[in-house]
Ligand binder design. Sequence first.
Ligand SMILES: [Zn+2]
Length: 169
Amino acid sequence: MASPIQEHLEKTNKEYASNFTQGHLALPPAKKYLILTCMDARIDPASAFGITLGDAHVIRNAGASARDALRSLIISQQLLGTREIILIKHTGCGMSTFKDEDAHAVVKKNVGDEAAKSIEDLKFLAFPDLEQGVRDDLEFLKRHAAIPEEITLSGWVYEVESGKVRRVE
Ligand SMILES: [Zn+2]
């Protein structure tokens, strides 16, 4: 039995695929850049940041965390040739609404002791201040030995209220 979400996917994909003409694109991103942003449902990276299919990698996770994205960042750069990182956090981010210990407590309460123990070393990487969060992640990337110095870095904030993006660093 397909869930309503699965049915929706199949229906909308059928329409999408019937008009699809981009099957010839190469694997490495044509414009050699990547955007790291949050998984927040209110962000539409392709539209908001002007990404054309095939041009860029888009890495998304909770809070646009550079630490969390490291594996994908390195693959993007070393195996697929990207040379620029655009880091975009956003206003109203859920990752500024709790502390790591709160998330651990919720897991313990909802899923149980065994679950809590299984993730006791996991860092949720919440950040209290948005702009400082952007600067901290850029600093992490700048200092990281596996991110080459010649990689171009910039940090931005996307406003979910206005759709506008502004540069932090
Ligand atoms: Zn967010």
